[in-house]
Design a binder for this molecule. Structure first.
Ligand code: SF4
Length: 600
């Protein structure tokens, strides 16, 4: 691209006049000195005698945002590492926090409100956790001046006229006491050695350990070693530890990861109960049905992962989620997705067009002290069967038995069929992504590689990937493998809300193109509702016995599942997304009376 044309310059000076911009350079990615020199030499401001982009003494590339005219030429040198972003015009203020000069910039903050649960929704990498850490006092904001710490007065001034002003005034007056549950519960066993009870006793400022442990179903694991409990138990221990602190604003960063649907709903009810006139709650959550159930108010966050993030003004729970799905913030005049997301009501399946693909006979098997029994079941051609049930009730074992993955239990494999299997726990190795998913690259570039955003990962080893990246790679592998049936165990785990919303469509399209059927275990109800044609519902007792029945058609399956958890669902009129009815509401009562729990 040339950089000196009169037309180009006219365009860039127009940008300079009208747009507010930031320059973000990831110097960890931009290692080669040659690339840095090229960026310096290409810059039109540098070429005309100014000094806009330079290499600092410590070898880092630096861009002066004041003299930069936003032409974007330097980004061509390494689009992954150099970002010049023209921000929405409505964004008139400086960032509330900047990681470093040319580092990630966060604009605005969510506002805790006493008596309410405030939700935060947005994709990963746009500063949700940072925003919560600032409010929780874990990180000090710098008002866009890296290396400094903003004074309380300046923060109050920054938020003057908004609800947040009141919150920071109260914080300054010592009237706010916060408690914070971090996102990464996996690190708790590294920081604390001993029993669950010892940890909770240590933080119990309210003297409510017994009550809270009971509400979160932790009583049975109180004497267990913290290093030996499951991910779901660890999550509930982290929530208990947060709640036992005597605070009046509670922050929960992703409180439902590792939890099954039943636990998610239980934890949501518990978190909701914390919001009293003297107490506020803030929650970051990717499960839209849970967020809808939990939050009174919602802040949307948009931006560019690793570059900048903006917190929207708060909206009511329903409007917040519908606006998020629409991709357009009307009040702020910002489009943050080029399309709206709508949900389809499942049309009834034409039973004449159903052709059987395979079946399993009824069986009863023992796995140690756990017993699993299944009634006879059938998978149709082009079938997508969702699997719902509690943790520890044998969903994964059932899928592994059908896949022939359990050595001790043979004879129930889907006979004569090739099965591709994506396990729940994803193995890593030193293999390159490029070779691991070569089938996907060769055959499903449009259906998988592009929409799952895998290109940038090709040269990484599996062992170098984040949880979400590894998940996307394994999904592509399972869907591209030669098979008749794809079995997937928790494909939505580690994915953010945006990726989950896309994943349903990606899986459906790829399966339909390759004429395959699938069995999919997941705990995100919106995802299961979006993707499934039919449902298998597990019943039984966790860690004791699991009973498999189905697959059922959607309405029958969901009715069965919702009966177990005593909830009813309706469809949002605008987006057709499923929503949980408030227990005891008119709709809830009517639907329970008519037996149509799924949606009226
Ligand atoms: Fe120079 Fe800014 Fe253009 Fe990059 S975007 S080449 S730093 S003027």
């Amino acid at each position: 691209m040339g950089c000196g044309g009169a037309q180009d310059l006219k365009k860039v000076f127009f940008y300079k006049k009208t747009m507010k911009r930031i320059a973000v350079v990831d110097n960890n990615k931009l290692k080669e000195i040659e690339k840095k020199k090229r960026a310096v030499n290409l810059c039109p401001v540098n070429r005309s005698g100014g000094e806009c982009i330079k290499i600092l003494d410590d070898g880092k590339l630096y861009i002066d945002e004041v003299t930069c005219i936003g032409c974007g030429i330097c980004t061509k040198v390494d689009p992954d590492a150099i970002h010049i972003v023209n921000l929405p015009e409505e964004l008139t203020k400086e960032p509330i926090h900047r990681y470093s000069a040319n580092g990630f910039a966060l604009y605005n903050l969510p506002t805790p409100v006493f008596g309410k649960v405030v939700g935060i929704i947005g994709r990963n990498g746009i500063g949700k956790s940072t925003a919560v850490k600032i409010l929780a006092g874990v990180e000090a904001p710098n008002l866009g001046k890296p290396g400094t710490k903003a004074a309380h007065e300046d923060i109050i001034e920054y938020f003057k006229g908004s609800e947040a002003q009141g919150f920071f005034e109260k914080q300054k007056a010592g009237q706010v006491k916060v408690s914070y549950k971090p996102q990464q519960v996996e690190s708790i066993p590294k920081q604390f050695k001993g029993k669950v009870e010892d940890l909770l006793k240590k933080v119990d400022e309210k003297g409510q350990l017994g009550e809270v442990a009971e509400a979160l179903e932790l009583t049975a694991v109180l004497d267990h070693d913290i290093s030996k409990i499951s991910g779901g138990e660890l999550q509930r221990v982290a929530i208990a530890a947060c709640v036992l602190k005597d605070a009046n604003v509670y922050f929960f960063d992703e409180p439902t990861s590792y939890l099954d649907v039943k636990q998610r709903l239980k934890v949501s009810q518990f978190i909701r109960s914390l919001a009293t006139p003297d107490t506020g709650v803030v929650v970051i959550e990717h499960d839209l049905i849970i967020l809808d159930y939990l939050a009174d108010l919602i802040h949307l966050m948009y931006g560019q992962a690793g570059v900048y993030g903006v917190v929207s003004q708060p909206k009511s729970g329903k409007a917040g989620i519908n606006t998020y799905l629409s991709g357009f913030l009307k009040d702020e005049n910002v489009r943050f997705r080029d399309h709206a997301i709508k949900f389809e009501i499942h049309p009834p399946i034409d039973e004449k067009k159903i052709h059987e693909l395979t079946r399993w006979s009824s069986f009863k098997e023992k796995l140690g002290s756990f017993e699993i029994s299944a009634k006879e079941g059938v998978i149709f051609k082009n079938d997508i069967v969702g699997i719902l049930g509690e943790n520890g009730i044998g969903k994964t074992s059932f899928v592994r038995i059908l896949a022939g993955e359990i050595k001790e239990i043979k004879g129930h494999e889907l006979a004569g069929l090739k099965v591709a299997y994506k396990p729940q726990y994803l193995e890593t190795s030193d293999e390159l992504v490029l070779t691991f998913i070569q089938d996907a690259i060769q055959k499903f570039e449009v259906q998988l590689v592009r929409p799952l955003d895998l290109k940038g990962l090709f040269m990484k080893k599996l062992s170098e990937l984040s949880g979400g990246e590894l998940q996307r790679v394994h999904i592509a592998k399972a869907l591209s493998q030669e098979s008749d049936v794809v079995l997937m165990d928790e494909p939505s785990a580690y994915l953010d809300v945006e990726q989950r919303l896309r994943l349903g469509r990606i899986i459906k399209d790829t399966l339909s193109l390759s004429h395959k059927s699938a069995l999919i275990v997941d705990h995100d109800l919106l995802f299961v509702d979006t993707i499934s044609e039919r449902l298998i519902v597990f019943e039984g007792k966790p860690a004791v016995k699991g009973e498999v029945e189905g697959p059922f058609f959607m309405e029958a399956g969901m009715n069965r599942f919702l009966k177990n958890i005593a909830l009813t669902f309706r469809r949002d009129e605008e987006t057709k997304r499923p929503r949980i009815n408030k227990p005891g509401s008119q709709l809830d009562t009517e639907q329970k009376r008519s037996g149509r729990l799924y949606y009226a």
